[in-house]
Design a binder for this molecule. Sequence first.
Ligand SMILES: [Ca+2]
Ligand SMILES: [Ca+2]
Length: 71
Amino acid sequence: MNNSEERYYGTSPIIRDTDGDSIPDGIESKVVGPLALVGLGVTPLHKDILLEIDWIASNEQKSVSPIAVSQ
Ligand SMILES: [Ca+2]
Ligand SMILES: [Ca+2]
């Protein structure tokens, strides 16, 4: 980001990742494109954790039964 954009977002022009969450300020400020994280609530001013969960649907009907625990 340039200094004008840094001022706009309130981020540091000398620190690449102002909030220290390992996501660069320039990425956290993008509002368009495939990496537009702003719509997910990500900002460069507080630490964010992004979690992606992938799964494959199964055709099998599986049920989970509770397990009895005794002492
Ligand atoms: Ca960051
Ligand atoms: Ca952040």
